[in-house]
Write a protein that binds this ligand. Structure first.
Ligand code: PRX
Length: 678
């Protein structure tokens, strides 16, 4: 605990050139952002290009008791985010600056693209999309690996005012289809496949599966655009008899009426495309995220506010400077990649590394090899990656110099002090500032963090609110708590980057985020505030799990399990896991006459991987003749969480319809089957 309380001052070398040099300076700016948000953000907006600028102040109602929840920033101003992240820099003379160093899965594969080149490619693909009938407001589903075409595709959508809906390339056919259907996307963009380490992910094959599911649901995509990325290796692997997971006899199947090669379409496409001038409040993108119940939610962000938020948080949280080389290890399929690989860095004219591979291929020093290769100064990763790399010891880290590093960011889950100290002492050699950034898909960008040159750090604490953010901690009675306290983390007033709605379901938006604690935006996270006013995130307070930094709704896993013929009912809880943060523990009630065998457990694991995606793979499955439910039928997950870890302290079980199931499950715990790969 002593380590938790200690303050670590910012790295003096960072402070010296920082945008914000002291805590006092931070406080003064913060106060201004809270007292007069419109003038604060208007000054920031001056640094961007607006076709037309309105003098409208922002408007908001976050209180469901006062009617419809609504947020608007800079409504009436028109702009285009693609213009701001590309054309603006080219016009100011930075066209030859590298936008991305692309580093392939295989260390021998790399390339780079400048701002000028990226603009050209984006214009070409915008024209391709236009030619295929994509218009302002249409949805485009993108299911691509970490290749430059992913950035090109998303920016082309943004240029046209089409709404991109990116689906992480680890999702299954079912999950992809569900997202295509919900968003009613016109076009799907994918690639032949991608190698992660030695393993092929047959993306086209998975996309074909999704297309089939859509067709069965009577939904026809207009086109599937396919990037030719690794088909040569896929074919070679097949010739050499390497099983690569694709189900077709050729490396990929081709559907003549639907599929189009990216390179054929780009060949001869016009190199200039006028951007659509969009209202600041027009939609920019949607991104599905897991909730505690039902289907994934299509979080919708808009153009103007999101642009200001992603750009400003990037600049201050990482203390970005023009000569930085920045490397974020996230996947663009998640919000971190949207805000801190594409929009935030490009809005600042930054040079970034775009990495296709995994941290342990060809060996556990891959990140540090990349850091030295490109002289990375700002590095952003997840605690789960730090913990995984810790298991290899210090040798893979020390093999590389890492002297270019200045700021180390973390995101996705609370970072335990041991991992924080490894990040700080070993990876950062005790001389880098750490930014533990708390935020969510819904918030668009960083909400709570320390500023690298200004705020002292505490290992494990996210820190202090970003400009414009008013966090509050409330109790069960919706009372705001003051001073040091613990409770539910809510936000009191709107900020430019807050999501505006859930696609096609504003009612669910209000129900999930604004009804639990009327008057506030509810994050779904538990939080403690200490005596210095620092915020310590304590994990989700709803039924959302965080496995290796991936947000997973228990309901999604449960519905995958009950789709198996042998399962009548399922309940899934999280249990602490050394590397992944949380692991999935599944309780299943089987149909009459079905025996619980390791073969069945293996099938159930595969079922979840197939229905949701491999990243959601369960660790344990236990047979549950009954589940602990209240008389009204609600499953008491609190009890299941205790049972999963083998604890006998089950708390109050008197409200259960049948308290005897607890003893039964406790007895059956030793028979739970571990299905995790060892
Ligand atoms: O529980 C919090 C956790 O991740 C959730 C948001 O997940 P997602 O929308 O997928 O976005 C992840 C990337 C921003 C939050 O509700 N979380 C995220 N960052 C942190 C965190 N928990 C603690 N500390 C963080 N720095």
């Amino acid at each position: 605990m002593a380590a938790e309380a200690a303050f670590y001052p910012p790295n003096p070398a960072v402070t010296e050139r920082a945008h914000v040099k002291s805590n006092e300076e931070y406080k003064e700016m913060y106060q201004r952002s809270i007292d007069d948000p419109d003038s604060f953000w208007s000054d920031i907006a001056d640094g961007f290009y607006w076709k037309q600028r309105s003098t409208n102040k922002h408007s908001e109602n976050l209180d469901v008791r006062n009617g419809r929840v609504e947020v608007e920033w800079m409504k009436g101003s028109s702009t285009n985010i693609c213009y701001n992240v590309l054309d603006r820099h080219v016009k100011s003379g930075s066209g030859s600056k590298v936008a991305f160093f692309w580093e392939g899965n295989d260390p021998a594969d790399s390339s780079k693209i400048t701002y000028e080149e990226l603009l050209k490619e984006v214009c070409k693909f915008s024209n391709v999309l236009k030619g295929k009938g994509v218009k302002r407001g249409d949805r485009v589903a993108i299911y691509l690996p970490m290749i430059v075409e992913l950035v090109i595709a998303m920016l082309a959508c943004a240029r046209l005012g089409a709404v991109h809906s990116i689906v992480f390339s680890g999702f299954s056919s079912d999950s992809l289809a569900e997202r295509i259907l919900d968003s009613q996307a016109k076009i799907l963009i994918t690639s032949d496949g991608v190698y992660r380490g030695d393993k092929l992910i047959p993306l086209k094959d998975i996309a074909d599966g999704a297309v089939e599911i859509c067709q069965k649901a009577n939904f026809e995509l207009k086109h599937c655009v396919v990037v030719r990325h690794c088909i040569e290796r896929m074919n070679k692997d097949r010739t050499n008899g390497v099983a690569n997971g694709a189900s077709s006899t050729d490396a990929i199947k081709w559907n003549q009426s639907l599929d189009l090669w990216w390179h054929d379409l780009m060949d001869g496409a016009d190199e200039w495309c006028e951007p659509e001038w969009l209202d600041a409040e027009d939609p920019l993108f949607m991104l599905y995220t897991s909730g505690s119940t039902g289907r994934p939610k299509g979080v919708l962000h808009t153009c103007g506010g999101y642009m200001l938020w992603a750009a400003t948080t990037f600049k201050y949280s990482f203390d970005y400077h023009e000569d930085d080389v920045y490397f974020c290890t996230a996947d663009i399929g998640w919000i971190t990649g949207h805000s801190y690989i594409t929009y935030g860095p490009l809005a600042n004219g930054a040079t970034s590394v775009l990495f296709e591979g995994v941290p342990t291929f060809p060996d556990a020093s891959r990140y540090w090899a990349i850091v030295d290769k490109y002289n990375v100064s700002k590095f952003y990763t997840a605690p789960t990656a730090v913990r995984a790399l810790m298991t290899f010891g210090t040798e893979p880290v020390k093999k590389y110099k890492r002297t270019s590093l200045q700021v180390l960011g973390t995101v996705g889950e609370p970072i335990n002090p041991e991992a924080w100290l490894f990040y700080y002492n070993v990876i950062g050699d005790g001389r880098c500032s750490i930014a533990d950034t708390w935020w969510q898909t819904e918030t668009g960008g960083h909400m709570i963090t320390t500023l690298p040159g200004a705020t002292p750090m505490k290992p494990g604490a996210a820190g202090l609110p970003f400009f414009g953010i008013k966090p509050v901690i409330v109790n069960d009675k919706n009372e705001e708590l003051h001073g040091p306290c613990e409770g539910y983390l809510c936000i009191k007033q709107s900020w430019p980057g807050i999501m505006r709605t859930l696609f096609g379901n504003h009612e669910r938006y209000e129900d999930v985020y604004f009804k639990p604690f009327p008057g506030y935006y509810y994050s779904g996270d538990g939080c403690r505030r200490d005596e210095s006013g620092y915020y310590w995130l304590t994990g989700r307070s709803d039924d959302v799990l965080n496995v290796s930094g991936h947000r997973i709704g228990t309901a999604e896993i449960e519905s995958a399990l009950v789709e198996h013929d042998s399962v009548c009912e399922a309940a899934v809880v999280g249990m602490d896991h050394e590397l992944k943060g949380q692991a999935l523990f599944c309780f299943v009630t089987l149909a009459a006459g079905i025996d619980f065998t390791s073969e069945l457990a293996g099938q159930l694991k595969q079922q979840v991987r197939r229905k949701v995606g491999p990243f959601a793979s369960p660790d344990y499955i236990q047979e549950a003749p009954g589940l602990p439910k209240t008389r009204s039928g609600k499953i008491m997950r609190r009890i299941l969480r205790k049972l999963a870890i083998g604890s006998d302290d089950h708390g109050d079980i008197s409200t259960l319809a049948d308290p005897a199931v607890v003893a039964q499950l406790s007895k059956g715990r030793s028979l739970a089957i571990r299905v995790a790969a060892s």
